[in-house]
Design a protein around this ligand. Sequence first.
Ligand SMILES: [Zn+2]
Length: 392
Amino acid sequence: MNTSDFDIIKDNGRYLLIINEKYYEINEVTYTIFLKVKEGHTFDEISELLHQEHEITSTPEELQKSITDIVTPLLKKEKANNLSFMWYKVDLLFPKHYKKIADALRFLIKPYVFWPVLVVFLLFNLYKLAFLPQHDMNGEYCTNTLGVYFVTYLCLFFILIIHELGHVTATQFFKQKTYSIGFGLYLIFPVFYADVTNVWALSRYKRVVVNLGGIFFQSILGVLLFCSYTYLDLNDQVLHVLHNVFIINGITMLVNLFPFFKFDGYWLYSDLFNLPNLSKKYQMCIRFWMKKIIRPLSSFFIEDERKYMNPYSLPLIIYSVLKVGVNVMLALAIFNFLGTYINTFGSILKVGNMDACSILKLVYKFAILTLLMIYFTKLLKTLYKTVRSKIY
Ligand SMILES: [Zn+2]
């Protein structure tokens, strides 16, 4: 049982279980069991205690099973909700497909291989990405042919499968059951996901490794790509594709590490600093400090938030401040993006140069813009809900 998966709260005679930012009302006995688990008691001790205080007879095994039966479906349910923004999804690879590969690669997860390789290779990728010529990054010069773009797009699928393979290899290394690797489309962006629900039963260190598994495999892929387009004597088109794939691989790594969207970086931060339900805690933290600063208005409500998180936790404060900053910058980015988008659109119509490259650029920018819009709609919805409700 891993205690960093859930929070429990007693609130005005109600008992609440919080898993992945969702609240579930539970009864007093269930609350007591969760509380004792969180306090580090063994199921033997809890069984004894329930017998004394509540006159409930149940074996430690029964207790453990009942808790697992409550937590597992809720973790799975939340996962299903997270994926609901995709308009298409399908299970692609099952354990029988990838088990052998994951077994063959398990040596990579051994601590003395994993950490040095991760640090060196990740830094190498980021360094190379940071010093790319500017036009490579924003694609202003349309030097690629349509064929190169198409093959690059297909390679994105390959990158994402490698990423998920990293997660499942790490999960398998820690002897946890893995499920399917699925594929979905989020607007025009392909998305892959591995069902690693069972990692919640792992220790914090192991969860961190599983969370980093995807990035880890991608950083190895990045080095291989870099070496092949730098040192191999290949034809120009192939070099172009390899170079593009290296860039996309690097960018997807960065996006994944970004802790302010619910990707790997978010779970990493939440595990590293033991902050389950981080995005809920972030909202509470902001509200706590708002109320504290605007003292005459509502300082006596502060206790509401204090129940859900420790408002003086440094990792939480840092996260909250940075996230507010990120949100402001994204808002500015939308306006900026909208401006350039209209410009690009206008110039294409005016000059009448409807070549494939400009149209692709337009589609791509439109997709990014839509992503930003979706993010902001969600943000405004949360803001509205937070302002309206007193507690959550
Ligand atoms: Zn991942």
